[in-house]
Design a protein around this ligand. Structure first.
Ligand SMILES: [Zn+2]
Length: 348
């Protein structure tokens, strides 16, 4: 466009604003030109978006499944400790924790409830064994539970690998153990769990956190937050996931960080045997790797999927084999289906 024409175009809004009469044909040219430019720009944006989504799809395919190496036992530098004779890879913390052992650089604790972290990177499973009714966990029972936890850890690494997510899950070298208490009297409430509505024990979360706080005090820590912080400070580069193994029969469940009543303290509350209501243990503890995996996954954002028909979920996102349904307790038959994988941060 010659400069003279351009100057005329520039004057159009001024002339119009000044109330002068403007040639409508010039307006038609301006509007037409604008529309054409807009159409070109929209087409360009569309092309860019298509290219971006194709690129990211290519990246996913390029990544594909990966082989996560086994992280195994994770060092936890906390003494004094005593080796477990049934599995020398693990030691019981003897304590008590002293003030001069307190670390200067303690990790910051989140204030109030926070979102669960994704299940990626390095995760250390830390166990606290709580006895009941005057009977503590035997060293052999502890070793068998830690072996089951080890199987669950390996299974999680392999499942993450199927989605191309890099993950190492290991069991902490040092575990904690306290005597605990008597079988509690509990109130019942009607509540929902997964897709099921039924009678559940009230205040399970408060009970789990109370047990954790008492154990912390018994081991010489100021409180549960202090306990969790001192252990986290000794697991650099790893996210700690806590499991409280109670030597009673009952329903296992999780207190993730987005539902906790205690800032920064989340834990999987696992009973020594499965029962709908808390009751004394008559037969020996039976570790179930599938249930341990299920509860740990809750701590990283996975939601229950049992009690609903599969048609409740978007097509092809949940099957009967999903670990958050627990239709079977054989870990080798279970897997993480796409909906659960998304909740764990394994898919974009
Ligand atoms: Zn669950």
């Amino acid at each position: 466009m010659p400069p003279a024409e351009l100057a005329r175009f520039a004057q159009i809004p001024l002339a119009w604003a000044a109330g002068e009469e403007v040639d409508l044909r010039i307006w038609a040219v301006v509007v037409g030109l604008g529309m054409a430019l807009l159409a070109v720009e929209l087409a360009r944006l569309g092309l860019r978006a298509r290219r971006a989504s194709r690129d990211s799809a290519n990246r996913e395919v390029a990544t594909g499944p990966i082989d996560n190496p086994a992280l195994g036992v994770v060092d936890l530098d906390l003494a004094p400790k005593e080796g477990n004779p049934h599995d020398p890879r693990y030691s019981r913390y003897v304590g008590p924790f002293r003030d001069d052992q307190r670390t200067d650089e303690r990790p910051a604790m989140p204030w109030r409830r926070v979102a669960c972290p994704p299940l990626r990177g390095r995760v250390a499973l830390v166990s606290l064994f709580v006895g009941a009714d005057g009977v503590g966990w035997s060293e052999e029972e502890v070793a068998r539970h830690l072996a089951a936890l080890d199987r669950a850890a390996r299974w999680m690494e392999q499942e993450a690998g199927r989605y191309g997510a890099s993950l190492g899950v290991g069991t902490a070298e040092v575990y904690f153990q306290v005597d605990g208490e008597t079988t509690p009297e509990v109130d019942m409430v009607v509540a929902q769990s997964g897709g099921e509505v039924g009678l559940f024990e009230a205040d399970m979360t408060v009970r789990a956190l109370t047990l954790m706080s008492r154990a912390a005090a018994e081991l010489g820590f100021r409180d549960a937050v202090d306990f969790v912080q001192e252990v986290a400070a000794r697991l650099p580069g790893s996210t700690a996931a806590w499991l409280l193994h109670l030597r009673l029969a009952g329903r296992s469940f999780a207190v993730p960080l987005d539902r906790t009543e205690l800032d920064g303290v989340g834990l999987a509350f696992c009973h020594a045997r499965q029962a709908n209501f808390t009751e004394p243990l008559i037969r020996p503890p039976a570790p179930r790797a599938a249930v341990l995996a299920h509860e740990v996954l809750h701590l990283f954002g996975a939601q229950d999927k049992y009690g609903w028909p599969l048609s409740h979920f978007p097509p092809r996102t949940v099957t009967r084999r999903d670990v958050m349904r627990l239709d079977t307790e054989r870990l080798s038959e279970l897997r993480v289906d796409p909906l659960t994988a998304g909740e764990l941060g394994w898919t974009p």
